[in-house]
Write a protein that binds this ligand. Sequence first.
Ligand code: ADP
Length: 417
Amino acid sequence: MMILIVGASAFAAMTGIALYLAKRLGDAESRLRAEGSARAQAERALSDQEQRLQTIFESQLECVKLHDANGTILTMNRAGIARLGARCAAQVVGTSVYSFISPEHHERYRCLSAAVFEGRSESMEFRILCAMGQRRLFETHVVPMRDSGGTIVAALALTCDITDRRNAEERAQRHLSDLARVARITSMGEMASGLAHELNQPLAAIVNHASACLRRLRAAPDKIESVVESLEAINEQGQRAGQIIRTVRELVSRTEPTKTLVDINEIVRMMVLLSTPEAARQDVTIAMQLAPDTGSIYASKIELEQVVFNLIRNAVEAVGNPGAAAHASISVSTMRTQHGGIEVAVQDCGCGIDAEDIDKVFDPFFTTKFDGIGMGLSISRSIIEAHGGRISVSPNAGKGVTFVFTVPPPMEERMAV
Ligand code: ADP
């Protein structure tokens, strides 16, 4: 009996344990199933993500590639392969980026690659030698590609073919400089009589001083000191005439505009000198207020001369208009901006610009003049913007308008300010 009782309770205990274990097993199984489905979901998400990245990678119209620290290409999208003129990925993957980059850019690309593997993002332009032997200009932006632990495992390069864009920019630049040159020649033609007058003055002065020298030497051949002053005046006037001729030659020459350090005050002085005869003909005086501390700026002298010349000529024409004040004057001033660049203002008290036209004056071919071409301000704006500056016009409180342009300082000065 006793045995039976003990056996029954042991059985009940065993059953309890079995039930408990079965439940634990069931729980573990359902946890496993849940984990399994979570893993499957994560794997699906990962594969979706991979698919998405692959689609983005392949759908890029420009070249996207990964390369290692030595420049060995690890992968490249279809557009990149096509840009290189290769037929398939196998022709490119595993080869070196240096077999495509033109040799003169190898050193810079090596530096760029080293910087990227130190964690920086870098950009540069280089020429590429395509499979068909063509040379194309590329612009690349390269960033470090890291694994989940943060280690840089590759360089990711996004590279665009900028050959066509650069050619178009160069064509536009050539077109602008041709246009600007034609505009300068046209203005010089219009000013020919004024210039002849401007040159006549130093020439007449030279002749007078030379005659005085001759007279004195004939009267007293051994008194050389009596002619020194006149000879100095001859020298000075000769220099002045030479400077005028040099400036005119520069303005009509075909030389490409190149940037050098230029003195804006000197440019203003010369353009005022060239414009004075025409202004005088219209009874207009030109005043100058030149700040002594403008320093030098990095610019194309001939192009800035053209802008200043255009603005002065327009101002003279505006105040010289019928109905404008007699004996009018315009003023040209220079100042240094707080960022170390320069600002030039040409102020007149002329006819002004109608409110509805003020936004149009810089448009090509906008003119209100009977014989105007409407290119002066448009060319001026292109020139100033190509120098990284701005040009604008605003009405004066009284009569007339003020045109103002700025040119920023050279990059190193900008960084120092
Ligand atoms: P154009 O002198 O051949 O007309 P611009 O491009 O130099 O060409 O000037 C465009 C127009 O802007 C002029 O026709 C004139 O209407 C206006 N303008 C330019 N400067 C002035 C000024 N100082 N005062 C009034 N109007 C001006």
